[in-house]
Design a protein around this ligand. Structure first.
Ligand SMILES: NC(=O)c1ccc[n+]([C@@H]2O[C@H](COP(=O)([O-])OP(=O)(O)OC[C@H]3O[C@@H](n4cnc5c(N)ncnc54)[C@H](OP(=O)(O)O)[C@@H]3O)[C@@H](O)[C@H]2O)c1
Length: 258
């Protein structure tokens, strides 16, 4: 059977863990060469090792994407090494759930810089390589852009993910005539470190209430697994999606149905 992403070159931010690692792994399994970006060099090396063990070709760079100098450095490194870029997955992101009245400027800056500004600047930096490949961008959004959860105050997170949806559409329109596609995936809650940390901070009572919420509010009655989102990213990166751009795809076990 032929590989769906054969010989494609893909950059995945936040590719050392969670959704990003699942996407990198699914891409590599379909023949793509992957380049992972995250802060911890140790975690990156471990992730690269696990992918290489399956026969994948992997590169990685440690960079803090909240820092514009790091974005420039990593963009330069990729542009030097690769003459074309087929897929950029803007996945690195973070969430802080703080009551609106207590949100600090630091929390706003962290989430805006990582969830919104980094995808913007990295895409801009790598645009010449995306143009050469007639490539595509996949932004990882969230159901939090359109479906808030009671008891989980997400003013900044929702704002950044709503922003990434708008950016997806604006770039799709602007870059479409030049042959570059831009889409977003909006996952519901998926079992990753981000989610585990959130649940670990709950009181026992809140944990029980959350379990109940998951059973009632997700049509499928459970949280998602990273791989269940990664399959859609493979489709969007592949030539099968060559007429698909400017769309935000919800993958949320049915959370948005109610
Ligand atoms: N998990 C969910 O339920 C869920 C639902 C909807 C949307 N999402 C979105 O999916 C994306 C991935 O989430 P996840 O749950 O997979 O997160 P995760 O398990 O916490 O992984 C985050 C990844 O991003 C990297 N990262 C974090 N801060 C970074 C920074 N400043 N610079 C560069 N890399 C950084 C992390 O590595 P280092 O720590 O080493 O930097 C790691 O590789 C995010 O955009 C998130 O908003 C997640």
């Amino acid at each position: 059977m032929s590989e769906r992403l054969q010989n494609l070159k893909a950059v995945i931010t936040g590719g050392s863990d969670g959704l990003g690692l699942a996407i990198a792994s699914a891409f590599a399994a379909q023949g793509a060469e992957v380049w992972l970006i995250a802060r911890s060099a140790d975690k990156l090396a471990k992730a690269a090792e696990s992918l290489k063990a399956t026969g994948a070709t992997v590169r990685f760079t440690a960079a803090d994407l909240t820092n514009t100098a790091d974005i420039e450095r990593v963009g330069e490194e990729i542009a030097q090494a690769w003459d074309r870029l087929d897929v950029l997955v803007n996945n690195a992101g973070t969430a802080r759930y703080t009551n609106f009245a207590d949100v600090t400027t630091e929390e706003i800056e962290l989430q805006v810089q990582l969830n919104l500004l980094a995808p913007y600047l990295l895409t801009q930096r790598l645009l010449p390589r995306l143009l050469t490949a007639q490539g595509s961008v996949i932004n990882i959004s969230s159901t939090s852009a359109h479906r808030l959860i009671p008891g989980r105050p997400a003013s900044i997170y929702a704002m950044t993910k709503g922003g990434i949806n708008s950016l997806t559409k604006a770039l799709a329109l602007e870059l479409g005539p030049q042959g570059v596609r831009v889409n977003a995936i909006a996952p519901g809650t998926v079992r990753t470190s981000l989610t585990r940390n959130m649940i670990a901070a709950f009181s026992d009572e809140r944990k029980a209430a959350y379990e109940q919420f998951v059973k009632q509010s997700f049509a499928l009655g459970r949280l998602g697994e990273p791989e269940e989102v990664a399959h859609l990213a493979v489709y969007l990166a592949s030539p099968e999606a060559k007429w698909t751009t400017g769309s935000v795809f919800i993958v949320d076990g049915g959370l948005s149905t109610n």
